[in-house]
Write a new protein. Sequence first.
Length: 77
Amino acid sequence: MKIQDCLYYALTDEIIGDERAILPLDPLDELSDVFTSSSLNIPALLTRYKDYLERLRAKDINPWKEQPRRKTDFLIA
């Protein structure tokens, strides 16, 4: 094994661990339906966000688990 491979695997295991990263968007998604010529298509953008949250939920990942919360009502600050 090359030194570069050893470094890559050592660093990715340390940073990411055994889990694969879940990308918010498909790398080949051009977002052409989101960015129209004169406006932003919010429903299309929100659909992608909801899909991302569903992929996180399927892997049992809660993105808000360790977020700081307000002391008065325990909502995310």
